[in-house]
Design a protein around this ligand. Structure first.
Ligand code: ADP
Ligand code: MG
Ligand code: MG
Length: 249
C-alpha cells in the first residue's frame, strides 16, 4: 500500500527576514497505485510542497498533516520519513563529493531496509539500474552527482528510485533539462516503478511533455501555495493550449 494523504498543509520557509508562509492549505490524496501530476507556474510552491513532505528542516509545517498509509509522518525527521517509504527526487540533485554512487546506494539501502544488500546480487542490480537509465557502469564509482550533467543527475535519481524501491515517490521536475531521448528513458523508469504493486507517484512538472509518456490518474494545478483545480489528464491538455494564466487570478 502507498496512500499519501496531505491535509490542510500550511508551510513556512525560513528566510533572512523571518518565516514566510508559502503553502496555504494544501489538500491532496494520492491513492495506492496512482500517479498524480502537479503542474503550476514558477514560484507557486511546488518544490516547497516536495521538501515539506520529505521533511527538509528549512520548511516548517505550521498546520495540517501528511500521512502515509494512515501513519502520520508530519513530525518525523527526514530519515524516518524515508524509512516510512517516502522518496524525493529533487529538482536540483545535490552533489556529494567523495562519496561514490555505489557507496551511497549501499548505505541508503541498508538504512532503509535495516540490513545490508546482498553482496552477491547487489552490484549486478546497481549495474542494471544504471544501464536501464543509459548510464554506464562506471557511474557507480563516481562521486554522487559530481560533474554529472543535468540529464545524468535526473537519470541517476530514477536509478536510485529503482534500487531503493520506496512506496511513494515525489519527483520534482524530473523532466527539466532532459532531451527527448533522456525523457523517454526517465519516463519508462517511472512507469515501470509505478506499475509495481503498492506504489504511488507525485510528479511535479512545468510541462505537459512528460505526461505523454507517464499517464497521470489526476492532474492538479497549483497556484499560490494551494491546489487551485484538479482534473483528469485532459486538464494537462487544456494547460498546454491555454497556459496557467486562466487559473492565476
Ligand atoms: P516552485 O517550485 O513552484 O517554482 P518554490 O516552492 O520553489 O516554487 O518557491 C515558492 C516560493 O517560495 C517562491 O516565491 C520562492 O521565492 C519562495 N521560497 C522558497 N524557498 C525559499 C527560501 N529558502 N527563502 C526564501 N524564499 C523561498
Ligand atoms: Mg520552479
Ligand atoms: Mg520548483
Amino acid at each position: 500500500m502507498a496512500e499519501l494523504v496531505i491535509k490542510d498543509l500550511h508551510v513556512d520557509v525560513d528566510t533572512e527576514s523571518g518565516p514566510k508562509e508559502i503553502l496555504k492549505g494544501v489538500d491532496l490524496t494520492v491513492g495506492d497505485g496512482q500517479v498524480h501530476a502537479i503542474m503550476g507556474p514558477n514560484g507557486s510552491g511546488k518544490s516547497t510542497l516536495a521538501y515539506a513532505v520529505a521533511g527538509h528542516p528549512k520548511y516548517t509545517i505550521t498546520r495540517g498533516s501528511v500521512s502515509l498509509d494512515g501513519v502520520d509522518i508530519t513530525a518525523l525527521p527526514v530519515d524516518e520519513r524515508a524509512r516510512a517509504g517516502l522518496f524525493l527526487g529533487m529538482q536540483y540533485p545535490v552533489e556529494v563529493p567523495g562519496v561514490s554512487m555505489a557507496n551511497f546506494l549501499r548505505t541508503a539501502k541498508t538504512a532503509l531496509s535495516g540490513e545490508a544488500p546482498r553482496v552477491r546480487t547487489w552490484p549486478e542490480q546497481v549495474n542494471e539500474a544504471l544501464t536501464a537509465m543509459d548510464l554506464s557502469s562506471d557511474f557507480a564509482e563516481r562521486s554522487v552527482n559530481e560533474g554529472f550533467s543535468g540529464g545524468e543527475k535526473k537519470r541517476g535519481e530514477i536509478a536510485q528510485l529503482e534500487l531503493l524501491d520506496p512506496r511513494t515517490a515525489i519527483l520534482d521536475e524530473i523532466d527539466s533539462g532532459l532531451d527527448i531521448d533522456a525523457l523517454k528513458v526517465v519516463s519508462a523508469g517511472i512507469v515501470d516503478y509505478s506499475r509495481k504493486p503498492g506504489k504511488s507517484v507525485l510528479l511535479i512538472t512545468h510541462y505537459t511533455r512528460i505526461l505523454r509518456y507517464v499517464h497521470p490518474d489526476r492532474v492538479h494545478v497549483f497556484v499560490d501555495g494551494r491546489v487551485k483545480i484538479t482534473g483528469g489528464a485532459e486538464l494537462a491538455d487544456n494547460l498546454e493550449e491555454r497556459g496557467y494564466e486562466q487559473y492565476v487570478k
